[in-house]
Design a protein around this ligand. Structure first.
Ligand SMILES: [Zn+2]
Length: 245
């Protein structure tokens, strides 16, 4: 099946793909992939180009959104250096070894090596960077969070069963009915006082499973300004760049 990438005035690069499944001309706009047109059998590529010209306004509108989304997903673009609590990110383009992307963690450094034929801002390289950073956060979370949870529990007289580290993007922590506590490795991206807040929040759930006034009173007794911290956490959550593509 034929695939052609053409530069179309006022739109930019458009990929036309012959498709057996498509029933009609179909334009898709996705972050990183750009504008793609599925061309069903029996329709010529030049007819497909005419179609793109007719849909220019619609494409432009959706491209703005896709580009913004793309921008949000760029973790590292060669500018500001990135480090986690205990790791530094080191991204290098390797011109000689041009096969594949390599991610490795050693001596507190997240090494990402990518071939010269891929742009740094490509989805593949950014995904590899996200993978490396998540692996680093996981190492840090395992070292740091269970010990901190244990110490906070002892300090405030809570008991829990087991603690698990998860890669949850939208849930910082949870407490099961058996009082097992799940903590997200993304906690390592938060400042200390918010990590403490999440851990104490889950520890308070070992005694009270709901979010009643009684629960908040208990939490407030071990963490001063719990409600404010909760609001702050929601705010940080919205602002934190997604670490996945
Ligand atoms: Zn809760």
């Amino acid at each position: 099946l034929k695939t052609v990438a053409l530069n179309i005035a006022d739109v930019g690069v458009v990929t036309f793909k012959e498709s057996r499944r498509a029933r009609r001309l179909n334009i898709r706009i996705r972050p990183f992939a750009g504008v793609c047109v599925s061309v069903p059998a029996g329709i010529s590529f030049s007819a497909a180009q005419d179609f793109v010209h007719q849909q220019k306004a619609w494409i432009a509108k959706h491209l703005v959104k896709a580009r913004a989304d793309e921008e949000r997903r760029i973790i590292y673009d060669g500018g500001r250096e990135i480090s986690t609590r205990f790791h530094k990110l080191d991204v290098q383009c390797k011109s000689r070894d041009s096969r594949g992307i390599h991610v490795r963690i050693a001596n507190g450094i997240v090494h990402v090596r990518y071939p010269a034929n891929l742009p740094l801002r490509s989805q593949q390289v950014q995904t590899a960077i996200a993978t490396g950073l998540i692996a680093a956060y996981r190492i840090e979370a395992k070292r740091y969070l269970p010990a901190l949870l244990k110490s906070l529990a002892q300090q405030h007289g809570f008991t829990f069963e087991r603690v698990f580290i998860k890669n949850h993007k939208s849930r910082w922590g949870s407490c099961s009915s058996q009082n097992n506590i799940n903590l997200s490795l993304h906690l390592m991206r938060l400042p200390d006082h918010l990590i403490d807040y999440v851990l104490l929040h889950e520890l308070a759930h070992t005694r009270i499973k709901n979010h009643s006034q009684k629960f908040w009173n208990l939490l407030e007794s071990v963490y001063h300004g719990a409600r404010t911290a909760d609001k702050k956490l929601r705010k940080v959550e919205r602002e934190l760049a997604p670490l996945h593509i």
